[in-house]
Design a binder for this molecule. Structure first.
Ligand SMILES: [Zn+2]
Length: 332
């Protein structure tokens, strides 16, 4: 990792403390999962690092629940020490691994679930692409609906194909995305696909029973992340976008018997077009209180409630500490 020594020294000489004071703003942090995973580039942070991060934020910040954050946003009464902990997608390990660790620190958190995946148990599009393309038994791939064929004979080819498919999945209409996913799966036998899912069990979504356990046994709020991990960009129609935002809220409320007030946009990179004007209109129509992006901006008093900033958690503790101390937009 670049700048490791610099980060280490910033912390060693207490400069992170100074930066933290200067750059204070309420921070909403997002994770995906917490698990030991080493098969392929992972969305899941190691449990021991996660614990170190929680220890750090519970000492340095005020961790509040999302309702409290909303309240303070309404009243414009932030101390600027607030942290809200969130998870995207809705992985099983949010319940089995993350929740008990969060509870041991007495910390509230929010899980934004892709409601259709909770309902079906199906894997997410990027997972399907990665699991199939990196499957060692596959020597070539054929995705008819986008007229794509390629050999998969070495690491380099697999990486290149994954890059292309992953980009296509993020820049297509939902109907084509579903077709690509189905055709990706058709490249292996049903038994092999089951084996791949089993091999990558950390990427399994929660089911509704588990979602309800999160809500009742832990200080957990459930938010929406669309129905189909739907990226709300201009490749989607207004009707599709509206349905995803309204139906995910409705289904979560029906299955959990609790109001769903918050959502996070899948992918959520506003400057890359992941939040269309359609989405902004539909999210208001669906009557969410707040909608979160993945842009790490400073929170403004007059911030658009449907473009709330968030910070991607880091998988190494020094990275995490420095990132939280820096000016929000700064890249390092
Ligand atoms: Zn997501």
């Amino acid at each position: 990792m670049k700048n490791r020594k610099l980060k280490h020294n910033l912390i060693r000489f207490g400069i992170d403390k100074l930066l933290r004071t200067i750059n204070r703003t309420p921070r909403v942090i997002f994770y995906h999962g917490v698990d030991h995973v080493n098969q392929f580039p992972s969305l899941h942070i190691a449990p021991d690092i996660f614990e170190q991060e929680l220890k750090f934020i519970s000492q340095q910040y005020e961790v509040i629940c999302i309702d409290e954050y909303y309240q303070r946003f309404q009243e414009k009464k932030f101390s600027n020490k607030e942290v809200v902990i969130t998870f995207d997608d809705g992985y099983k390990n949010n319940l089995t691994v993350a929740a008990p660790i969060l509870q041991s620190f007495n910390l509230p958190f929010t899980v934004f679930v892709s409601a259709g995946h909770i309902e079906s148990g199906n894997r997410f599009p990027t997972f399907i692409a990665r699991a199939i393309i990196t499957a060692p038994m596959l020597n070539n791939i054929d995705i008819e609906c986008i007229k794509f064929k390629s050999p998969l004979l070495n690491e380099q080819q697999r990486t290149k194909v994954f890059g292309f498919i992953s980009h296509t999945l993020k820049h297509s209409n939902i109907e084509l995305i579903n077709e690509i996913c189905q055709q990706l799966i058709n490249n292996v036998s049903p038994e092999t696909y089951q084996e791949l899912c089993h091999l990558h069990s950390a990427d399994a979504p929660l089911n509704w029973e588990e979602v309800r356990i999160l809500q009742t046994k832990y200080s957990c709020t459930i938010g929406a992340h669309c129905m189909d991990h739907f990226i709300c960009n201009n490749y989607q129609t207004y009707e599709q976008t509206r349905w995803q935002l309204i139906e995910s809220k409705r289904l979560i409320e029906e299955r959990t018997n609790k109001a769903c007030h918050y959502m996070a946009y899948p992918n959520g990179i506003v400057h890359e077009g992941d939040v269309s004007d359609h989405a902004l209109k539909a999210v208001a129509e669906a009557k969410y209180r707040l909608a979160f992006t993945t842009e790490n901006d400073r929170l403004l008093n007059n911030n658009n409630p449907y473009l709330m900033p968030r910070y991607a958690a880091r998988f190494e503790i020094e990275d995490f500490i420095i990132k939280l101390a820096l000016k929000p937009k700064l890249k390092f």
